[in-house]
Design a protein around this ligand. Structure first.
Ligand SMILES: Nc1nc2c(c(=O)[nH]1)N[C@H]1C(S)=C(S)[C@@H](COP(=O)(O)O)O[C@H]1N2
Ligand SMILES: [Mo]
Length: 196
């Protein structure tokens, strides 16, 4: 009987409209999967900030946090209770001098994928640069050695094989956003596609 009080919320309270829960972890990648040695992975920041490049070793020395959350893909699957370990974006940002005009960010990946975020959507405590999924090194297909995780937006915003953050004064659309996806992509508002 106790379980009645301690049970997790029912799936439906957590699953946005139009989504179906999957136990699997589908791979969605446009184009080839890059082969990257961890040591060759760096994170470059530029644009409306003091430019700098973080080495893999510098990144791995930053404070890490483990967080569990639901992820929602625009292709209608949701996966509940995924656990990621990584550098909180807010920790990384302590080492980045932003200019006041920075209002948007373009996320860049090895291989050329890009996606865009408003600064406020990047600067959330749950967002991670994650090398670890469910306690194991993140698989290459899922973005290993390092990917962004922005769980409050559709999963296309969570750039795999992240290589850089370009801070911008004006919004610049990323790969899927230029190809018809919504500029922001909140799954609970069903912001799947752009209207124009
Ligand atoms: N670099 C890169 N990141 C990417 C993608 C991609 O094609 N390239 N696909 C996006 C899309 S559309 C989704 S739904 C998720 C899928 O992540 P997964 O393959 O780990 O499920 O990654 C996102 N990040
Ligand atoms: Mo996607």
């Amino acid at each position: 009987m106790l379980s009645r009080f301690f049970r997790k919320p029912e799936g439906n309270e957590r699953v946005p409209k139009g989504q179906t829960v999957t136990e699997r972890f589908p791979v969605l990648t446009y184009g080839p999967v890059p082969h990257l040695e961890s040591q060759s992975v760096t994170l470059r920041v530029w644009g409306a900030c003091t430019p700098r490049e973080f080495s893999w070793d510098e990144l791995m020395k930053m404070p890490m946090s483990t967080q569990t959350y639901d992820i929602h893909c625009v292709t209608h699957w949701s996966k509940l209770g995924t656990t990621w370990t990584g550098i909180p974006i807010l920790e990384l940002m302590k080492q980045i001098q932003l200019e006041e005009r920075a209002k948007y960010v373009s996320i860049h990946s090895f291989g050329g994928y890009t996606t865009n975020l408003e600064l406020a959507d990047l600067l959330r405590p749950e967002n991670l640069l994650a090398p670890t999924f469910e306690g194991l090194p993140l698989e290459r297909e899922h973005g290993g050695p390092l990917r962004l995780v922005v769980p409050h937006l559709y999963f296309w915003k969570s750039a795999k094989w992240i290589s850089g953050l370009e801070f911008l004064e004006y919004e610049s659309l990323g790969f899927w956003e230029r190809n018809g996806y919504h500029r922001r992509g909140d799954p609970f508002l069903e912001e799947r596609y752009s209207d124009d």
